[in-house]
Design a protein around this ligand. Sequence first.
Ligand SMILES: *Cc1c(COP(=O)(O)O)cnc(C)c1O
Length: 409
Amino acid sequence: MTTAEIAKMQKDYLMPTYAPELALVKGLGPRVWDAEGNEYLDFVSGIAVTNIGHCHPKMVKAVQDQVETLAHVSNLYYNEKQPQLAKELSECSGLPGAKCFFCNSGAEANEGLIKLARLWGSDQGKYEIITMRQSFHGRTLATLTATGQEKVQAGFGPLPEGFSYAHFNDLPSIEKAITPKTAAVLIEALQGEGGVIPADPEFLSDLRLLCDEKGILLLFDEVQCGMGRTGRWFGFQNYKVQPDAFSLAKGLGNGFPMGAIVAGATLADTFQVGHHATTFGGTPLACSAALSVIAVLKEEDLLAHTMMMGAYLVEGLCEIATRHKKWISEVRGLGLLLGLVLDVPALPLQKKLQEKGMLALATAGNVLRLLPPLNVSKEEIDQALLYLGESCEELHDEMAALSPNPCQC
Ligand SMILES: *Cc1c(COP(=O)(O)O)cnc(C)c1O
């Protein structure tokens, strides 16, 4: 099918919740191809999903073998892959005695975290969850309420009770939001959708102390920044803090839909039989996919590689930013979750890159988010920097004219 044929059929038969332009039909490593055979360097990775690249042979083999052996059993039965995966995640988390619950998406993992916090607090009458403005936690009713953006919530009221909001990197605003009914603070170590904004180290350490002092849980949403994306297994490991529990999804299955809750000792046994369940959570097929992802991250030493490639990409981005000071203000992020922060809308840059054969993502209006696969090579980063450099050059006059930045340098 051509892109036009696919687009026509989508218009007729799918709810218009998305507005795609490209039809992607094939992927390999850090590259994808559209229906007309055009090649793209993929610095979106399905939004931090395909962290080990498209069609990694090890994952293909693991999924093929498992689907031929046993794809699904109910959680009424043991399946040997599920505890194996839980053990891996528990060990990677560094949280003593950590235990897991498996589900199917990021929103579902966060929904589970919210239930976990409420059940934990129910004896003491605590149920309120404090989340951050500009956060993103998902699209179910509870998680869109947790998401501190009005545009995500508009039209879906009445929203569930028990959520309040504070400002990211602003401890006093969290202190102010705490009440005797507060059960937890839910936060991203690095806000992804919010514009690639890392937490300040001091803010997170002070938040941990505050939560301990007030008897409040600290929960991390690691859906986007987890699974090696920041150069550590989980985003919070860039900081000297440990959460009471955290959620995972996106990169966990590298494209196989999967989510998880990982809970430290305080919450590891809060859910008992009958408290929480899902049909597809932790099937042998899903767990085999995730086990292969973890094996590849370890065998190919991809956490260290992510740090190195991240530093290399930042260096190149900073050079570009310096050349276009008039409309590029900052490079920020951790590992390979990076943002080129503009003084102007980022969409024209996204489009220009796409014309040249590279995918990147405009986020939060003025941020170009770059999410290459974690096994990206130096040569592929050089290619991306070339595309970026050329695009910025070609857009310079147009962007500089839009920029409110008076700097003439
Ligand atoms: C994508 C994302 C979610 C939602 O995950 P879904 O799988 O789309 O439900 C939640 N939190 C963060 C931080 C995300 O980036």
